[in-house]
Design a protein around this ligand. Structure first.
Ligand SMILES: Cc1ncc(COP(=O)(O)O)c(C=O)c1O
Length: 463
């Protein structure tokens, strides 16, 4: 390519205004929301990086697909469009639609797990962990050691630890009904898994006759990293790479709110006939008939088109580069982030950035509040407010204090990213003024969603 600038590979046909606010308005909004960004009205947010899940922009082809949606209760044409799109990528035999990713998890684990079982995974996402534990089983994270070191650069920090996997299968085969690999590894910083690692994990699992499943939410982003970083894949298309990834597994769970480029939806796909039958029976109880699974026909159409669009090279090049572009700017400014930047998000290491705030005063939460106060940016704390409260009511500091900036797909342009960098550099410049927070009231479970907090000495960040 003669020109180096990577542009947004789309024109904008519909726009949604975002509202500028003053620092004073944002200070008031924070007070009203109990210093909890989850409790802010989205209208008060300028750039919303709370999550990349279900927040993307659909294409004109997806909207057209929605108009074509067949709403028949059983056997709708839209279901077959959806099934074909899933099968073209995964090659898996049975395709079961669900209303989102966690429903696929609940149905799979509800049909397969018993109390005392163990599910190894590179790193379980929190809903995956919760659904495993709900069945009385253990969700065991076995990422490679490099995946636990935020500043370390490694091309495939999402890899599963193959030695640990084999050891587990040798020692506890009878308690392991399946193994999972999450691509990309969201809870581990959005880091990719190599093809060699998926292939080797598959070989090990099949030697012990254990099925391997992908948590495939970000399969296309993972395929793009393989193309960029793994020898032998530079000339393959993302679709060919994704097809090879799925060829090694026996099934997958998927949230179509990520790499399905849809605002809602998900699926479970698998080869085992008997297990698929059990899952379908389970599906009918709570999600719906197996040809719609809790989705409207128009949702199935949007996902079918989204799955074709998400493996386009221009899209993936722009997507991964936008995240890395922000990562480069922050790294150049000395802001500590999880390295290298992941596929869908930048994770700031708040413990390193704000050493004057002890973990008991939630440095990552404070930093996320400061980003909102100074620049109207909404991010999410992945630290001790989210993970610190133990089931016995005690408090244990989280392993890391991270602020995640997750990029919605096809929503923001380069100038938005330039603005983000400017705000982050400014906040880094005034970081000594940021103060810690304490919890005023909170529920005993998933407290980060609804807790109310306050700055420890009344002021979060003096202007
Ligand atoms: C890796 C991973 N697995 C599963 C899920 C659950 O998907 P959903 O939010 O659609 O239930 C998510 C959502 O963020 C995820 O990132």
């Amino acid at each position: 390519m003669k020109f180096e600038t990577i542009i947004e590979p789309f024109r904008i046909k519909a726009v949604e205004p975002i509202r500028m606010t003053t620092r004073e308005q944002r200070q008031n909004a924070l007070e009203k929301a109990g210093y909890n960004l989850f409790l802010l009205p989205a209208e008060d947010v300028l750039i919303d990086l709370l999550t990349d899940s279900g927040t993307g922009a659909m294409s004109s082809a997806q909207w057209a697909g929605m108009m074509r949606g067949d709403e028949s209760y059983a056997g709708a044409r839209s279901f077959y469009e959806f099934k074909n799109a899933v099968q073209q990528i995964t090659g898996l035999e049975h395709v079961i639609p669900t209303h989102q990713g966690r429903a696929a998890e609940r149905i799979l684990f509800g049909s397969l797990l018993s109390p005392g079982d163990i599910v190894p995974n590179n790193t379980h996402f929190d809903t995956t962990r919760a659904n495993v534990e709900y069945r009385g089983a253990t969700a065991l994270d076995i990422p490679i050691a490099e995946g636990r070191k935020p500043a370390l650069i490694h091309p495939f920090k999402g890899n599963i630890d193959l030695e640990e996997l084999e050891k587990l299968l040798v020692q506890q085969r009878e308690h392991i009904p399946l193994v999972m690999i999450t691509v990309t590894n969201n809870s581990g910083g959005g880091q990719p898994v190599s093809m060699a690692n998926i292939r080797a994990a598959s070989e090990i699992c099949h030697r012990y006759d254990v099925p391997l499943f992908l948590d495939a939410c970000r399969f296309a982003e993972n395929a793009w990293f393989i193309k960029l970083r793994e020898e032998g894949y530079e000339h393959k298309t993302p679709l060919e790479i994704a097809q090879e990834m799925f060829s090694y597994v026996d099934g997958c769970t998927m949230s179509a709110k990520k790499d399905g480029l849809a605002n809602i939806g998900g699926f479970l796909a698998l080869n085992d006939d008997a297990l698929a039958q059990k899952c379908k029976t389970n599906l009918i109880l709570t999600e719906g008939f197996p040809t719609y699974g809790g989705l409207a026909g128009y949702d199935l159409e949007a996902i079918a088109v989204g799955l074709h669009e998400v493996v386009e090279e221009d899209y993936l090049r722009y997507r991964i580069r936008s995240v890395a572009y922000l990562g480069d700017k922050l790294t150049q400014a000395g802001i500590p982030i999880v390295q290298p930047p992941g596929g869908h998000a930048i994770y700031i290491d708040a413990l390193t950035m704000l050493p004057h705030i002890p973990q008991s005063e939630y440095p990552a939460w404070s930093l996320s509040l400061a980003l909102y106060l100074e620049g109207g940016i909404r991010s999410v704390e992945i630290g001790s407010v989210m993970f610190g409260l133990q089931t016995d009511g005690s408090e244990k500091p989280a392993a890391m204090e991270l602020v995640r900036l997750a990029f919605p797909r096809r929503v923001y342009t380069q100038s938005h990213v330039d603005y983000l960098a400017e705000v982050l550099l400014y906040v880094n410049h005034i970081k000594d003024r940021i103060r810690g927070v304490h919890i005023v009231e909170a529920l005993p479970v998933l407290r980060h969603f609804s807790a109310r907090l306050e700055p420890v000495n009344g002021i979060l960040c003096a202007s």
